[in-house]
Design a protein around this ligand. Sequence first.
Ligand code: FAD
Length: 310
Amino acid sequence: VFDVLVVGGGPAGAAAAIYAARKGIKTGLAAERFGGQVLDTMAIENFISVPHTEGPKLVSGLEAHVRDYEVDVMNLQKAVKLVPAKAEGGVHEIELESGATLKAKSLVLAPGARWRQMGVPGEDQYRNKGVAYCPHCDGPLFKGKRVAVIGGGNSGVEAAIDLAGIVSHVTLIEFDAQLRADAVLQRKLASLPNVTVITQALTTEVLGDGNKVTGLVYRNRETTTEHTVELEGIFVQIGLVPNTEWLAGALALTPRGEIEVDAHGRTSLPGVFAGGDATTTPFKQIVIALGEGAKASLSAFDYLIRLPAE
Ligand code: FAD
């Protein structure tokens, strides 16, 4: 039985495991893929105190740091079910896809999230070569260039406003006949001189020269005509999906599937804590996930020292 079992091996999970192990308690970490989204990232320029790094390099740093401590790292292990303790203060179980079951007095859930993709030709090929998902991360890489934002919900319109201050021109492409973002954001967007909004448009292809993005093709859904926009960057903002399908029914999730946490990283289930992109914590970033993972882990320790002696 683990004292703390961490589910997830991204920044939040790695930080949680290190903080738990440093308390000298029995710590495990199960991850479907150690490194998480950071493995899919090229340039990282907002990891404070490291002006520039790359995803795989940061992941090897995370892994080396975790392995400095007595953490039982179970990589390539997917959790498929959380079975809550029968009574408060009892042992929780995590069922793995392999059929094994892990037991722990406390859990830190850090399964992260995934960006919804457009699923059009060129998107995968030019990922990190012009196709981007995170304006806070990659916006400055497109300084002075032309970009599109795909999606006119709150995150798309926020991204367009943010990017308009950095890039030369933003084309916002929305599938529906109108934007779905809050009115205040739409008013702000309309006031910007270097933003064009195209509605009723379905992006059908990402164009490139073999090395980087050169444009996109969209179809006007009313006239069915196809149009090409020349640009250097495409920010896909059609949703960030938390990896929490397997937790439904075990603890409180928001309608969007985020794990509800309080300021201490406590979930609705006693002894179960969570941090990072899978939770209701706003702003999905590496430094935030690290901090939230550490916090959830300290809260788990706080919980454990209050359990009655065995
Ligand atoms: P994740 O990194 O998503 O890790 C989740 C972990 O949980 C993984 O190990 C995963 O395999 C595991 N997992 C998921 N489901 C299960 C399951 N059922 N069972 C077991 N394990 C499971 N942020 C920045 O700050 N700067 C950047 O420059 C930056 N660039 C980015 C570029 C891209 C392309 C992407 C996709 C994201 C970028 N981000 C960036 C965001 C950043 O990567 C995330 O905010 C951060 O990784 C979140 O950490 P996390 O630990 O919460 O989740």
